[in-house]
Design a binder for this molecule. Structure first.
Ligand code: NAG
Length: 526
């Protein structure tokens, strides 16, 4: 009996908070980021509920430990997903800078969120239930913007906004962070020469295009909430501006140094799992040659769909390195292409699935060829391996660029992959230049010894927000300023008017003086 009391006393002495995580299901990296946050908060003793509006049924929940409430996929959402998949372009040939593609894809991309958001709002009982829970904290990502808007109805004590990557496009305004485009590369940009005017113009263009792409994701949701709750419903920026904290999946030690705010907390690599030693099968593969390279394009852009000419170029490149084992994550190692490739290349190993994190942690792995998804770049850095980064879409160009900038290896343009000479050159550069290996080791050891781990930062930040709510001191006043005020355009205008008036006055005065002088001369000569 005494023991029981003691147990109860111990358990209640840790403050347990009620936390809601809005984690819609549509993309692996997003679900994984928010799901890991939910699970870590459960581990820390909190009562965590994940609200999961299902957009893409083929996705994963991301969370295993929190309580889950699903909003089943609506028929119109499902139709929209089918449409998006049918027009999904070939990632290896897609030109990110093409405005026609942006305009063609942006509305259907936004509608998946809009339709499922309607389904969330249609469930009136759900909202009542969530309001009755009186959550201490609600965590949303500013990507499916239904989450931030819905938070205004759920009314948690604290709202926490987030990004499963670095912040991008409208998020800067929503989080209140200056975007600093002259030296902060836009997600589509992997090489920004800050001293080149052309480089900065390209960066501005890329960001403009990205903003255009995500614009419907904002206005469609805002329209929906105005329709349902009247025109006085706050804007998405207004709601986000009152968040207590912003969590970013960004690791400053491998990123670019850019402006931030005190309420922005970087919890990069929050999803990183502890590596375990590889099993017997992988042990044998890693022992075949003195060097091994892992090649993976992630889960979204599947290797089986790589266009034939690029696949051939990859094989030609691998054939030029007979002393190196290549492990290629290839989804159908039994298809015709795979069989033929394996027959002709003894140094190639194809695998449907690879224990990426464990292989990266193995000393025998020499380098990693990756698309540069945020998860993969963070794993590369944590495990201290050099890489060849071949960005395909989304935030990958910037991720790849920041890895090169921080000395982890080189970026290879995906359009250069078709040329085995370029591909070979990139691999040789990373193998032969020691600086990448040394640098990767050094940063990996810095990451391991950071003063505060991402997990600690996450838990302490959420608990602090749960206890005190948002702090006025942390909210920049820029949120309450108009565009004109923020950029001091009113001052510039007044100054310009003053300058013009003085110029006119000066000119008038000069004319008067000149004509006066001439006039008096005339009188004299007369
Ligand atoms: C190795 O790479 C670094 C970083 O790109 C570069 O500064 C250095 O000159 C390279 N060294 C050689 C020998 O090519």
């Amino acid at each position: 009996m005494r023991l029981l009391f003691l147990l109860v006393a111990v358990c209640t002495s840790i403050e347990s908070y009620k936390i809601l995580v809005y984690n819609s299901k549509y993309g692996h990296s997003h679900s994984n980021f928010l799901g890991n946050i939910a699970d870590l908060l459960v581990d820390a003793g909190h009562d965590v509920t994940s609200l999961i509006p299902v957009i893409d049924e083929s996705g994963k929940d991301g969370t295993e430990k929190s309580k889950k409430i699903y909003v089943p996929v609506a028929q119109e959402t499902r139709d929209q997903i089918t449409e998006i998949y049918s027009q999904r372009s070939d990632f290896f040939k897609l030109d990110n800078y093409n405005p026609v593609l942006t305009w063609r894809m942006r509305d259907s991309f936004a509608r998946q969120f809009l339709y499922q958001c309607r389904a969330v709002l249609d469930d009136v009982d759900l909202l009542k239930r969530l309001q009755n829970e009186s959550f201490d904290v609600m965590i949303v990502e500013n990507f499916d913007m239904c989450g931030p808007a819905y938070s205004h109805l759920v009314k948690p004590k604290s709202l926490i906004t987030s990004s499963a990557s670095f912040p991008f496009s409208q998020m800067y305004a929503e989080f209140g962070i200056p975007i600093s485009l002259s030296y902060n590369p836009s997600p589509y940009v992997s090489r920004l020469n800050v001293n080149s005017m052309w480089g900065r113009i390209t960066n501005l263009y890329a960001e403009w295009l990205l903003n255009a792409f995500f614009h419907p994701c904002r206005w469609m949701i805002e329209e929906l909430f105005y329709e349902r709750f009247g025109p006085s419903f706050p804007s998405l920026e207004e709601i986000s501006s009152h968040s207590a904290y912003t969590l970013l999946n960004s690791e400053p030690l491998i990123d670019y140094a850019v402006p931030t705010l005190s309420r922005v907390v970087n919890i990069g690599g929050i999803g990183a799992r502890k590596p375990s030693p590889v099993n017997k099968e992988w042990d044998e593969i890693l022992s075949r040659r003195s060097k091994t390279i892992l090649l993976s394009f992630g889960s979204v852009a599947k290797s089986i769909y790589i266009p034939g000419d690029i696949k051939d170029s990859i094989l030609k490149t691998i054939a030029r390195f007979p002393d190196i084992t290549f492990i290629w994550k290839y989804e159908q190692p039994e298809d015709e292409f795979a069989k033929e490739a394996l027959r002709s290349l003894p140094n190639l190993h194809l695998s449907k699935w690879t224990p990426q994190n464990d292989i990266l942690a193995d000393d025998r792995l020499t380098a990693f060829i990756t698309h540069g998804g945020m998860g993969s770049t963070q794993e590369t850095a944590t495990r201290g391996k050099p890489g060849i980064f071949i960005p395909l879409f989304g935030d990958q160009p910037r991720n790849a660029g920041m890895m090169q900038y921080n000395g982890f290896g080189v970026v290879l343009d995906k359009f250069d992959m078709i040329n085995p000479d370029s591909f070979e050159g990139a691999i040789r550069e990373v193998l032969n230049n020691e600086s990448y290996r040394i640098n990767a080791r050094r940063i990996s050891s810095m990451l391991a010894k950071k003063p505060f781990t991402s997990k600690e930062l996450l838990i302490k930040t959420v608990e602090f927000a749960a206890e005190y709510g948002p702090s006025k001191a942390l909210r920049p006043q820029s949120h309450d300023m108009t565009f004109i005020e923020y950029h001091n355009l009113d001052i510039v205008a007044v100054f310009a008017v003053f300058l013009i008036l003085s110029l006119i006055a000066t000119k008038k005065l000069c004319c008067f003086l000149i004509s006066f002088c001439i006039g008096t001369k005339k009188v004299k000569s007369d």
